[in-house]
Design a protein. Sequence first.
Lengths: 154, 734
Amino acid sequence: MAKFNLNINGEQREADVDPSTPILWVLRDHLKLVGTKYGCGIAQCGACTIHVDGTAVRACQLTVSSVGDQKITTIEGLSETGDHPVQQAWLEMDVPQCGYCQAGQIMTAAAFLEKNPNPSDTEVEMAMNGNICRCGTYTRIKKAVKLAVSSRNA
Amino acid sequence: MTLVKTKIGRRSFIQTSTLAGGGLLLGFSWLASCKNKTAAEVMNMPKEWFNINGFLKIGENGLVTIMSPNPEIGQNIKTAMPMIVAEELDIDWNNVLVEQAPLNTTIFTRQLAGGSQSIRQGWEGLRLAGATGRHMLKEAAAMAWDVPVTEITTTAGMLHHESSGKSAGYGEMASAASKLEIPEEVVLKENNKFSIIGTDRKNVDGPKIVTGKPLFGLDLYEDGMLTAMIIHPPAFGMKYKSMDAEAAKAMPGIKDIFPIDVYPEGVEKQWSDGGGIAQLVAVVGESTWQCMQAKKSVNVEWEKTSTLEDSAYHDEALTKMLAMKVEAPARKDGDVAAAFKKAAKVIERTYSAPFLAHNTMEPMNFYAHVTQDKAELIGPIQTPEFLEKTLASRLNITLDKIDIKMTRMGGGFGRRLYGHYGVEAAVISKKMQAPIKLVYSREDDMTQGTYRPSYKVLYKAGLDKAGNLIAWYVKGVGTNDDLIFENRFPAGAVDNYLAEKQSLQSNVTTGAWRAPQSNFIAGAEQSFMDEVAELAGKDPIDFRLELFERAITNPVGNPEKNDYDPARYAGVLKLVKEKSDWGAGNKSHRGVSAYFCHNSYVAQVLELHMDGNEAKVDKVWCAVDCGIVINPLSAKNQIEGGIVDGIGHATYSALTFAEGKPDQTNFDSYRLIRYGEVPKEIETFFVDNGIDPTGLGEPSLPPIAAALANALYKATGKRYYQQPYISDRPPLVG
């Protein structure tokens, strides 16, 4: 066990855990930030996507010891009141069915659009292919990403 | 005006809540927090709630809380069911808060998510709940104003008395109304007066979902709670023998490791215990990661109890069974053997499909706190009432000592009908004398499932010289499942019809997977129908419509026996034909398919083009007859999701076995459809017929496999008989 000081959603948080613990479980079990979901544990489904210094990362593969002073953003910290353009687009398009994967979908889309504000359909596809939605809401995710692009650029 | 009795015999549909004070109806604080209201809105929360009946309570300020009785698995009934109550209550939807009701068999009936039945079977009770509430508010106003109740009208949460000019909000009359008797009769709204039903309403949990608020069972953390995981036998056909867990017990955070008897002899199991395994190893610790690590260090010895089956065996045994004589047919009309002899053309085809795992994105989990005389359970479950019964037997306590709350579920698809994990959680909690949350890893979830069975079906059809269908033979087989619905189409539309079915016993546990049986048989039947139509030289839609015409005008056998309404079936086909402009030009490759299941009718046209060797689906037109559509916005979401799910599993997914072990253990080997593989566009059209509503969680999935296969045939000249259609593409790396 070791103490780690983490910068999460703009706050300093402390966790006393085994250094090999993936940040996913530090967020969930220790800090009770449960918006980051466990889906597969092997970086295949994207449900645990967070931002590390603005880049979309699978939290199940990132050990707490390798985070250092990088800034972590989770779905809870993406916006203060849920008004990030991607969150708003998700609501506008009424995307979720079960809703379990959607935080990961939103985090992937938000990081991607930050880097590529005017993506082509193919670029969006490449970005979103790593996130599984078992309910099959992909057609609405596609519409929501488009809406987020236009509202960000408006 | 529709006057409806609120009682049948002594059983009242509507129960007054026996709980004192509205607050007790609330779940745990995290379940019952203020539903994404802004600070200002929270300030406006009522000071007091008045229970009108078990479904609803009204605050003194007019805010209404509606309980959603059934489990929410993503089918969006948590929005749709309260919409029905709100409609009859006649309240502004913006003033409605929705809460998930806990299991309460006194107030609610059929708190189950399955068979696309929540809306269909909930319809009447939900309307009565709203209408009785409205009536009681009117009575309260009539008494307060000393006027006849018949002179009171309502509009969106307001009560009016026209001649005196008096009016009041529901909140003002809520206290008085809550003290009144439930009326014996109430008036239901006419369909054309609906102002909430039939309008687009967003998912009530949407704001929580997109901000990552705790909603799911896995998100539950209680004070003093430990985490538990299980180790299950590595193969079907094996059971626990012994273990050495000394090293693992010494690992950091680990509290205990022990074998558990989930289902010892004498426990009264319910059907919902499904593939529950009698003996498992439990690993209990402080955190999930610690348990995951410790699991790897436990040495468990397993012993073989029956044959370790593999996929080659399933395939051979099912093929053999297809050729075996069946003693009694499931349905027989006319004489198929004679008809095949005289037929001008005969065609025979066999279709097959593998086992499938449910793979809900949220793995199985459950919170349990079992003490000497009480059990409290919270988690994702489609069948809470049945879980409660098994718990009563297993824990040897009475039903009233068991408290079950349902969380929003990260997918169901039938998997959470089988709540053995809830029983496991309770048994572990009892042993630990502590609250625990049982968590399955993805691997645990995928390799100890209650799977969609593996299937094979053989079809044979005979046509006369004019291309009329004169004989139809179907034989279906499956693992622990006999697949065939013998009274579904085209039964009743063909003079000579024979349906046979058989089940192959397997120790691989199987059960309901979204649209059971239909999820395979629809694709097979509608693919075959396409080939038969082609052989007859007829347009595939016209060919089907001719058969429906026959079933309408001159049905074969007793039409009461037929498990479909040919007019509604033909209706969706005609609608999709019109909307897709079927037959106009033929620029791209199109396939059609139609199916009836779970009381709803669906017809689909799928259009694709080839991009090199790869098929790209451009559009799916989908016509649906589910009667009254409660919430078109989410109804379309269900249709779209079912189509994507159906295409995905028919095209990519399979669970195979080697020596009883699933070959696929996670999403690196189990292929699910991805973002880039879905239709570019899905357009849904509902038949507007005012018939009482049926369900939508399942019906759009089954037919799409055939619409795809039939379009692929147009593009490639190749027919698809085996699912998955594509098995050579590895999963993408995330």
